[in-house]
Design a protein around this ligand. Structure first.
Ligand code: F6R
Length: 612
């Protein structure tokens, strides 16, 4: 969950590395460092604990560091506390081999003991220092060059890694190695770049290379060669990135999160347009046709965090429309279960980054069990996108804020489209309803924009409740799925203790937590369940709760119960999540701002969880 960058060219490397790291800071932000080789062959390593701006100040924005070849790192601590000594880059004692790493070397202790027996000493608590010193050991022991040393070390590493390594004796090259952690390489005239994702590279080129698992890349100035573990050269074709470089900038907004909240209508529209053609859903690019659909006996949706919450909603939508049994499960649980799966089952993995370690492991287990797999993924070329049988790309563009908003909304569209088309193929959705759902789907972006217009009321409400200690979200059916996501947003960026309950469950325990002034958000968008949820809201209100309600225009009777109401436009009941989630995203955003918190980089969290 760290971010790595590399630059090899003719320009001053340090400012380029720092700028690249600033694009990756969402991946980790407890310390950072760069290593840059100057013309005399010496390498300067500068590290700093804390946010990237500390490193930037220390190096005068990189201007104080000479040299045109370098690597950099922004850290999210796994082994060893955040500190300058644990920050990357790490190097051999003679500074001959220097490297940065994202991921975890699981057997680092065993390798450390081996190296200690050969006289190596360690200064940090990191697995990375061990990895770099192992490469150094093979480099010096066998004297067969960097490629040999790296591939040899790779056969000993267990775990995930994306590494960039420099060797003093090979001053014009950067070596990169990868296994199960993201890494992208880009070339421009006379210069080459590497990074954990495309955002630092977009400014220079849109033609990128995705290095595969257990492969090594050697970056020259404007050139790259790829090798397998046997050191045989392999061909990798470049891919074109469609993301716009400006999409990864804040563009006048105070935070990425609020920018991304406002980008939701576009993310949703683009995703809809990618599959709705001539009034029909076309899944040909996903590769699910009628014959395939009819073979599916059951579906398991597997994901983590907000992507799991998309699965919770997806379960109601797909099962409700297509009448196929759907189960939704957290990837971290699924991967250690022994799930009953065969070739008639479809496993859907939902992931923005396409790199989440638990989701990737779940995918591999599903494949091993013979199930058909489908990924709903935002990052093109990511591990999950490459390993699934079918991929449904969401077109949310780069998402930088740690808390997901627009990628979540785009994932919901993929769920709706899948549910509708599977239903169509299975004959459980008639033509009239199908056509009206397509129309409602296409109305969603404009309706989302309308909901966003109500933001000032929510900002006012958030400021009023900025001191809330606890918050509860309740709803039934799809509204329960919405509540889960609203509650997660509140926890992660506003640090308010919050819980989501199926509204019918509160009487079975949680209601004892309600006292005078406890804030409860009741979500009631489903016609069939409206009165039931409203009764549950009355129950908590009579115990002293202060109630915020979210419902559709027209359900004005909610005002008899709720103290503050947000209305959403009417849409097909299966699509209400797309509208009802917006006030909840705004509530957590404005509450976080009112508390003066770091909205885009909440404490202890990283955007892409590539460790278990
Ligand atoms: C919450 C959030 C996380 C992610 C989760 C899965 O706002 O962003 O809960 O949803 O870490 O990440 P992906 O979708 O990249 O697999």
């Amino acid at each position: 969950m760290c971010g790595i960058v590399g630059y090899n060219g003719e320009k001053k490397a340090a400012p380029i590395l720092l700028e690249g790291l600033s694009k990756l800071e969402y991946r980790g932000y407890d310390s950072a460092g760069i290593a840059v080789r100057n013309k005399t062959g010496e390498t300067e390593i500068v590290k700093a604990k804390g946010r990237l701006k500390v490193l930037s100040e220390k190096t005068d924005g990189g201007n104080a560091v000479e040299g045109t070849v370098g690597i950099g790192h922004t850290r999210w601590a796994t082994h060893g506390e955040p500190s300058e000594i644990n920050a990357h880059p790490h190097c051999s004692d003679d500074k001959n081999v220097i490297g940065v790493h994202n991921g975890i070397i699981e057997n680092y202790q065993e390798l450390k003991d081996k190296l200690a027996r050969h006289g190596y000493t360690f200064y940090s608590e990191t697995d990375t220092e061990v990895a770099i010193k192992l490469i150094d050991y093979y480099y010096k022991t066998y004297n067969q060059g960097p490629l040999y040393a790296i591939t040899h070390a790779m056969t000993r590493f267990r775990g995930s890694y994306a590494m960039a390594v420099m060797f003093k004796d090979y001053p014009d090259q950067i070596y990169a190695a990868r296994n199960d952690a993201p890494m992208v390489i880009g070339l421009d005239e006379g210069e080459s770049f590497l990074a954990s994702d495309v955002t630092p590279i977009l400014k220079y080129t849109k033609s990128v290379y995705y290095i595969g698992n257990q492969q090594v890349a050697v970056l020259g100035k404007g050139s790259v060669k790829f090798y397998d573990l046997d050191q045989m050269e392999i061909d990798i074709e470049p891919s074109t990135v469609t993301w716009d470089a400006n999409a990864a900038e804040r563009g006048g907004y105070e935070h990425f999160m609020i920018k991304e909240i406002h980008e939701q209508p576009k993310a949703v529209r683009d995703t809809i347009n990618s599959v709705v053609k001539d009034g029909k859903i076309d899944l040909s690019e996903v590769g699910i046709d009628e014959e395939t659909a009819k073979k599916i006996h059951s579906i398991q949706i597997v994901a983590c965090g907000s992507a799991y919450h998309v699965g919770v909603v997806g379960q109601y939508v797909i099962e409700g429309l297509a009448r196929i049994p759907v189960r939704v499960e957290l990837a971290s649980e699924f991967r250690y279960r022994d799930p009953l799966l065969d070739e008639n089952d479809l496993v859907i993995i939902v992931s923005q980054s396409g790199e989440t370690a638990d989701s990737l492991a779940a995918l591999r287990l599903a494949k091993k069990k013979g199930a058909r797999t489908l990924g709903i993924v935002n990052v093109v070329g990511s591990s999950i996108a490459r390993e699934v049988d079918h991929v449904f790309y969401t077109l949310a563009g780069p998402e930088i804020a740690v808390a997901t908003t627009k990628a979540y909304s785009a994932q919901l569209i993929a769920m709706y489209a899948l549910g509708m088309q599977l239903a169509k193929y299975k004959g459980t959705l008639d033509d009239e309803r199908y056509a009206s759902m397509i129309e409602e789907l296409q109305n969603l972006p404009d309706q989302m924009s309308r909901v966003l217009e109500d933001k000032e009321r929510i900002q006012w409400f958030a400021a009023k409740y900025a001191n809330a200690q606890d918050m509860y979200f309740i709803g039934r059916g799809i509204d329960y799925g919405i509540s889960l996501e609203g509650s997660l947003k509140m926890k992660e960026i506003s640090y308010v203790h919050s819980e989501a309950y199926a509204a019918g469950e509160i009487k079975h325990g949680p209601i004892s937590l309600i006292e005078n002034g406890t804030l409860v958000v009741g979500v009631a968008t489903q016609k069939r369940l409206f009165e039931k949820t409203r009764s549950n809201m009355v129950e908590v209100k009579s115990r002293g709760a202060y109630l915020m309600g979210i419902t559709n225009y027209g359900n004005y009777s909610i005002e008899d119960t709720a103290d503050f109401v947000v209305y959403i436009p009417k849409t097909d009941e299966y699509f209400t999540t797309s509208l009802a989630i917006i006030p909840l995203q705004l509530l957590s955003y404005y509450l976080s701002c009112a508390k003066g918190l770091n909205v885009d980089k909440p404490r202890n969290l990283a955007k892409s969880v590539t460790v278990e």
